[in-house]
Ligand binder design. Sequence first.
Ligand code: GLY
Length: 408
Amino acid sequence: MFTRRSLLTAASTGAAAASLPGSATAAPASSESRAVESRAANYARALDFCVERIRALAPEVTGYPERTEFEKWVYNDDGGWVGGFWPGQLWLAHLHSGDAELGRHARRSASGLERRATDTSTHDLGFLFYPSWVTAWRITGERAWLDGALRAADTLTRRYNERGRFLRAWGELDDPHRAGWVIVDTMMNLDLLLLAAEVTGQRRYAEIATAHADTTARQLVREDGSTCHVFEFDPESGRPLRQRTAQGYSATSCWARGQSWAVYGFTTVFRRTGQRRFLDVARRVADHLVRSLPPEHVPVWDYRSPYAPYDVRDSSAGAVAACGLLDLATVTGHGRYRATAERMLAALESSCSTRESDRAEGVLGRGTSNRPAERGIEVSLPYGDYYYAEALTRLVHPEEARDYLGTA
Ligand code: GLY
């Protein structure tokens, strides 16, 4: 569904970034608009490439891509935490191309997650059900998709710890191990609760989401705007205990994908609730992220790794950040967030694309899943590919992105 209208809309909104202080504001209008149009055409071409890869793979995908090994996807049969991203990519490819067959693949893949809606062992229900079932509902209008997403939202509320005012990240509900662990990633699962609050009118969903966001802002976001990956609470009293990490370099470091989850998550919670304190946190974490980027503009896997800025990259952190920064630019009117997002996308396209490989199944390489565990280092990741396509969709099809993805 790539139309000239959406190309021109992308071009005209891009003009804000092109007239930022320090950019070529003195250029004649015609050359500036030519530059803007050519950037918009580049985004459309980048999205064409995403569709090409997705379309080629779709008929043979049986499970849910988790990460690549030597450029080929390794699948997870029940979806793990990543199951929402393959149907999500299929929906994005369907939106961009208008190809009905991609829509049918998206339905089949999303349907395979159905039993996960009652899975009480994980906080990842937003990651699982938002890009897949919520998007399916928005695109098709079929109520069954919304009902499934609402079931998942209900399940997620069961992880709420009233005393600590947080959603538990990992583990079965009756498992005392890590019962008080909160992770920054959960910020991305709150939109499922906020959607449930909006469509059902039940305030409890929103109360849990905002309480969790407040707790995250207080304990996981540091004064300088950096984040820790994990914070441990006493699960009985709710008392805050200590910073920790799982996927970052250390308890006091700044894991890059986590920082991106914070930017996107706090921006979304502000957009849905209108509560100004969440915007302040979103800006603080975004400003820290922007300050931490290496000159190449593809995030190092942990901004405080002793080898930064030369350590391995995480392209997925760049793709997630681009989405969050584009929304933040829209809600604040600050073009510098958009300019950074566009530079990050250009860097992903120029230094992480798998375009030159006949063998590759993913769209972006150089994503890092779990550096400390040495699992998935500088590989393709389904969330990198999904958020890259989501960011490009914001730029190429802004109206469709608002209508079907709920973007700013
Ligand atoms: N949510 C898990 C991760 O970002 O790796």
